[in-house]
Design a protein around this ligand. Structure first.
Ligand code: ADP
Ligand code: MG
Length: 352
């Protein structure tokens, strides 16, 4: 037992903090995708090798980072997204904690390449290990940012031990990327694994393109047996696709729900949708849906856990109620009134 209390070196503190944000390759991909989306990118490429254990690279065409800010970007508690405590109560970006890049770079061989539109070349920031960085060097690269994460957990063997097979880790990445693809129709996204294309969606700017994109992600049977819905009440809005009762599953494996464009895990929200289907599905069968809930950011607390999967609502019971009633109204309409062909829209007044 050491007898005196000592401050941890900052690199070690970063590695410990990384445990909360970077659990596995998919969590790295999530953070890098969030950064790319926050930067306003309309095109994102994700390159994965060996389930992300040897390489994760995310390339975007967003706003980029200034040379002078590259070191800040990889420093803990450094963010361009919030500046004061008031900002914390109305977050409109996916990130805000300023710790993802610091965490990821402390547990991998990390490179950050970025170019802003005002610059005629990019700057590359390379680590030297132990949290030390070389001076940025000029390199050729289009406008945007490329984050390269190699040999994840090479210096934290305790973490590395818990990784599953590359195949299992990639499955998690694929699911995460699919969710992001569902949530951001305005962004074209490509996912590669071991140099082979796995998923690719292009920008959808009209209904037909959106339908095609949804179909490639949710499958044609779902699109044929679901209805597109759109509800609004006061400040809250629900949109998306709800599977008809005839399209049901033996597992809850096609349930996608986003809150303000975020991927969330919320048992109560999931339960609210389950209840909406309670009268129209046999016991033990699960509905399929892809739903988007939008509420004013000041009514949503996303600062619950570092991984940002959990949220809290200022007016929880009202949100759950709205969700349950809206979905129920859509999926329990008399059969003849349901728009059975895909693309049918149920637009309604407040369902509450
Ligand atoms: P956060 O996203 O919470 O701000 P991060 O550690 O993920 O924290 O990123 C730190 C900062 O680096 C961001 O606030 C942003 O200014 C910048 N940044 C990171 N990734 C990108 C990117 N892909 N494009 C532009 N800026 C980025
Ligand atoms: Mg971030």
């Amino acid at each position: 037992m050491p007898s005196s209390i000592q401050l941890l070196p900052s690199h070690l503190a970063d590695q410990i903090a990384a445990g909360e944000v970077v659990e596995r390759p998919a969590s790295v991909v999530k953070e890098l995708l969030e950064n790319a989306l926050d930067s306003g990118a309309t095109q994102i490429e994700i390159w994965i090798e060996e389930g992300g254990e040897s390489l994760i690279e995310v390339i975007d065409n967003g706003a980029g980072i200034a040379k002078e800010e590259l070191i800040l970007a990889v420093s803990r508690h450094a963010t361009s997204k919030i500046a004061c405590v008031e900002d914390l109560s109305a977050i409109t970006t996916l990130g805000f904690r300023g710790e993802a890049l610091a965490s990821i770079s402390s547990v991998s061989r990390f490179q950050l390449t970025s170019r802003q539109a005002s610059s005629n070349h990019a700057w590359l920031l390379r680590g030297e290990g132990e949290g030390r960085w070389q001076a940025p060097e000029p390199v050729a690269h289009p406008v945007g940012t490329r984050v390269t994460v190699a040999d994840l957990f090479f210096n934290t063997p305790a973490r590395k031990k818990f990784l599953k097979t590359p195949r299992a880790e990639f499955a998690q990445i694929d699911l995460l990327v699919k969710r992001v693809m569902l949530s951001r129709p305005e962004v074209s996204i490509k996912l590669m694994h071991n140099q082979k294309p796995v998923r690719q969606v292009s920008v959808s700017s009209n209904d037909a393109q959106l339908h095609k994109r949804m179909q490639s992600l949710m499958g044609a049977p779902f699109m044929a047996e679901s209805l597109q819905l759109s509800y609004e009440a006061q400040d809250i809005a629900l949109s998306g696709w709800a599977g008809l009762p005839t399209f049901n599953r033996s597992q809850a494996d096609m349930q996608y729900l986003f809150v303000n464009g975020r991927i969330v895990r919320d048992k109560l929200l999931t339960f609210a949708v389950k209840q909406a289907y309670a009268d129209v599905l046999y016991h033990g069968r699960h509905p399929a849906y892809c739903l988007f809930l939008d509420i004013p950011p000041e009514l949503l607390d996303v600062n619950v856990h570092p991984a940002k999967y959990e949220v809290r609502f200022a007016n929880g019971s009202w949100v759950y109620d709205f969700l349950r009633r809206s979905v129920r109204e859509a999926v329990t309409q008399p059969l003849g009134q349901q728009p059975l062909s895909s693309g049918g829209t149920v637009a309604a007044n407040p369902a509450v």
